[in-house]
Design a protein around this ligand. Structure first.
Ligand SMILES: O=C(O)CCC(=O)C(=O)O
Length: 391
């Protein structure tokens, strides 16, 4: 299962260590020393800039709106029922969630208890923010490893290609570590909407982790406790219309490093998942008022690989802009990553207990190695082609 980590992860998803921030900073500086960043929302260029053009093997294979029904939509009505009277509902929910986690590591939930008005307020405010002039958004520029704010794409050291998106990141939990100076103050009301959204999503995440804990034969709080003081990061993704969507991605293929991610997406479509390392893809059907739930690497390891870590990406299109809001529920950096339940006949997916910070560091360096290897292969094949021409 360790090779599930072969996919790339975007740095904005995690409360990173100082060392990682330095790496990120270096990466950004290498990309554009001192230059004003290019904003995809602020251009009507008819062709993509080379920095956004992906290698052929990474380009979209399925259209943004060629939807599949493979990912189950699960009603959470009855999730709070206790054992005994009414407990069958919770049991049924658990069964469906487990089946989805063993299959794709992805499912959608409805009847989840998060107020539809709050979600629509969040999306309204987010859209208004991304429509602001560049200088307003760049007041909250997150580059240089700042703890939250606005940024274009994501750019890891060693990663050559940019994602076609703009994002705002709020480090929302632990609450005591919030830095409100990094939370955009426009449009009016956004901070307080984010505040409420963060709380509601934290509650929902804990409920889902409760169900998964029980499915692993553990007490309801086991997964939450394994996160120590659970982190939450909200990332608002805005994918502008793209002039050449076949050549690029809104967000490159990755698994999330944390425990679970709750993703709200609008009705446009763009989220895609793969089970075979990116050879084939399905486009997740947007469902009104649903959250997409993705299992992350931490959840995958704690279940000893029983639950898949969702391998996914976002594609863009030339017809519509798209908005999604991800709530990344991560363990604290010092939380120990090691299987909590091992079923008969299973081999351990980890050799030793490690901290989440260490798990993340290994993931990053593996990604970096893979990026370098890919680059080296490309150069070798270019040399070969040149030699053949010159021969
Ligand atoms: O926008 C999407 O559909 C995917 C977002 C995502 O995977 C992420 O933010 O990590």
């Amino acid at each position: 299962m360790a090779n599930d980590l072969q996919v790339t992860y975007n740095l904005e998803q995690f409360r990173c260590t100082e060392e990682e921030e330095e790496e990120e900073e270096k990466g950004r500086e290498e990309m554009a020393p001192g230059a004003a960043p290019f904003l995809p929302t602020a251009t009507d260029e008819k062709t993509l800039r080379p920095s956004f053009v992906r290698d052929e093997d990474e380009r979209p294979k399925v259209a943004y709106n060629q939807f599949s029904n493979d990912i189950p939509v699960i009603s959470l009505a009855g999730i709070d029922d206790e054992e005994g009277a009414g407990g069958e509902k919770r049991e049924e929910i658990r069964r469906k969630i487990v089946a989805a986690c063993e299959d794709w590591g992805i499912f959608q939930v409805v009847d989840h208890g998060v107020d539809a008005e709050l979600v629509s307020e969040m999306t309204r405010l987010a859209k208004e923010f991304f429509a602001l002039p560049p200088e307003e958004k760049l007041r909250f520029d997150m580059s240089g490893g700042k703890k939250g704010g606005f940024i274009v794409s994501s750019h890891l050291q060693g990663e050559a290609v940019q994602d076609w998106r703009e994002i705002v990141t709020f480090f929302s939990h632990p609450v005591g570590a919030r830095d409100y100076s990094r939370w955009p103050d426009k449009p009016e009301g956004w901070r307080s909407a984010v505040d409420s959204y963060s709380e509601k999503l934290m509650v929902l995440a804990c409920k889902l982790l409760g169900v998964l804990s029980e499915a692993m034969g553990l007490e309801k709080e086991a997964l939450t406790k394994a996160c120590v003081d659970m982190d939450q990061k909200l990332v608002v993704n805005f994918y502008p219309r793209c002039p050449q969507p076949d050549l690029t991605l809104g967000l490159k293929r990755h698994t999330d490093p944390g425990t679970i991610t709750l993703l709200y997406q609008d009705q446009v479509g763009g989220l895609q998942a793969t089970k075979d390392g990116g050879k084939t893809w399905i486009a997740v059907q947007p469902v009104e008022a649903a959250f997409v739930v993705n299992l992350g690497d931490h959840g995958h390891y704690l279940s000893n690989g029983r639950f898949k870590n969702a391998d996914h990406q976002a594609v863009v299109n030339s017809n519509y802009e798209r908005l999604s809001i991800a709530a990344f529920q991560n363990p604290a950096p010092e939380a120990i990553v090691y299987p909590l339940a091992i079923r008969e006949g299973e081999k351990l997916v980890l050799d030793e207990p490690i901290t989440f910070a260490e798990m993340y560091r290994r993931k990053m360096s593996k990604d970096l190695e893979l990026a370098k290897l890919k680059k080296a292969k490309e150069v070798a094949s270019q040399h070969k082609a040149l030699n053949e021409i010159l021969a």
